[in-house]
Ligand binder design. Structure first.
Ligand code: GLN
Length: 387
């Protein structure tokens, strides 16, 4: 048989999704893949059921149902301070995942470079490869996950096409400050490149952190592709409804890629998403305080059980170093540790190296997610305390 694609040979399957499979097989508690195990809001589910009964069951408008694009524009204006024309600047996609790959496919030429902060959400590596870009990594340093300005500046050159930002950040919980985003924006202008910004955790913030969209900074609306989705904000990760906001010339390219990749995101769920996007501010306040409680609980538990966790400022993950426990469980590396942790405690995590391109990094780290119901965290506590 002739050899299969060289591109798909160069990356592995998602470790996050693999850990979910291992966890399920072991009947474990899934603190690996970031999805809620509690029910979505009753009204949101009713809106989805109603949309199906109203027969919104055929293909949507390829780039998004008009009502949803209007709702996205209104929310982006309200919360993100981004002015977006629903007709020409918004594309609804199958989750933020498709928005990211469609955005990259829409802008990348062979030889282009994309700047990516490391550690990163594992999709960005394969996304860059699938789109033909060469990633250039810039380290975020623990404990507060700051980058070094000189290292960031050195990552840009005439081949740089874009920088990928994820704020609040997965896996570190970093929330990029206005000063940092201003610095990044200046580099984008200097090197004439784009900011692709994944903001799906924009409502999950702690300790008074403020979410800022780089597209709202001066001169950045035309240089940004702002990606978001209903997944994390409304606890409906399986709906696969996301979007990208960008200037008309970029949007028309994204729409072409999107159309041929997936045609459209699920029609009834787009209509239900309109309902979700119009929820009052109290919804977001409730979400934040629920996650703040879970964050504090898991953080304390990890400290107590011998991990060295880093307190996140946003999103719903905790990175923790585990040197002592690795020795205790005689784990050879982070993967081995994650497997042993499931076997010993039923608690599933994501091995740290999967967030780094440089595999010498993250070997003593694992990522926990805490978007889980109280009962699950009770079981996790019991498991970890038995170590
Ligand atoms: N964002 C989630 C995580 O990091 C998972 C997303 C996915 O698996 N598609 O765990």
């Amino acid at each position: 048989m002739k050899s299969l694609s060289r591109i798909t040979e160069t990356f592995t399957e998602s470790v996050i999704r693999e850990m979910t499979r291992i966890c399920d097989a072991a009947g474990g508690y899934n603190l690996s893949q970031g999805f809620p195990d509690f029910p979505a809001e009753e009204e949101i589910k009713k809106a989805a059921a109603a949309a199906i009964m109203q027969d919104f069951n055929q293909y949507p408008v390829t780039f998004g149902e008009p009502e949803l694009r209007v709702a996205i524009a209104a929310k982006a204006g309200r919360y993100n301070k981004i002015k977006a024309d629903p007709e020409t600047e918004i594309t609804v996609t199958c989750g933020a995942t498709e928005a990211m790959i469609a955005a990259l496919k829409a802008i990348i030429n062979p030889g282009d470079e994309v700047v990516v902060f490391e550690p990163f959400y594992e999709n960005y590596g394969p996304d860059a490869i699938l789109s033909g870009a060469t990633p250039r990594y810039v380290t975020l340093y623990a404990p507060d996950w700051r980058y070094k300005p000189e290292e960031l500046a050195a990552a840009f050159n005439s081949k740089t096409k874009a920088i990928i930002i994820n704020t609040p950040n997965n896996p570190t919980g970093k929330v990029f400050s206005r000063a940092e985003l201003t610095e990044i924006a200046a580099l984008c202008r200097k090197w004439d490149c784009l900011a692709i910004t994944d903001e799906i955790y924009e409502h999950i913030l702690y300790d008074g952190s403020e979410h800022i969209s780089i597209a709202s900074l001066e001169g950045m609306a035309e240089r940004s592709i702002t990606i978001n989705s209903v997944s994390k904000t409304y606890s409906v990760t399986g709906w696969r409804v996301g979007w990208a906001i960008a200037a008309p010339a970029i949007t028309s390219r994204i729409r072409k890629v999107h159309d041929f990749l997936t045609v459209g995101a699920p029609t009834p769920l787009q209509h239900a998403a309109v309902f979700a996007l119009n929820l009052p501010d109290t919804y977001y306040q409730k979400l934040q305080s629920k996650y703040a409680t879970s964050r504090d609980r898991l953080f304390k538990l990890l400290l107590k059980t011998g991990f060295n966790p880093f307190l996140p400022k946003g999103a719903y993950y905790i990175i923790a170093e585990c040197d002592d426990l690795m020795s205790k469980l005689k784990a050879k590396n982070d993967f081995d540790f994650s497997r042993k942790l499931i076997a010993e405690t039923k608690v599933a995590t994501v091995p740290g190296t999967s967030f780094y391109a440089d595999k010498s990094k993250g070997k003593n780290q694992v990522r926990f997610c805490f978007c889980k119901k109280k009962e699950t965290l009770d079981l996790v506590e019991k498991g970890l305390l038995s170590l």
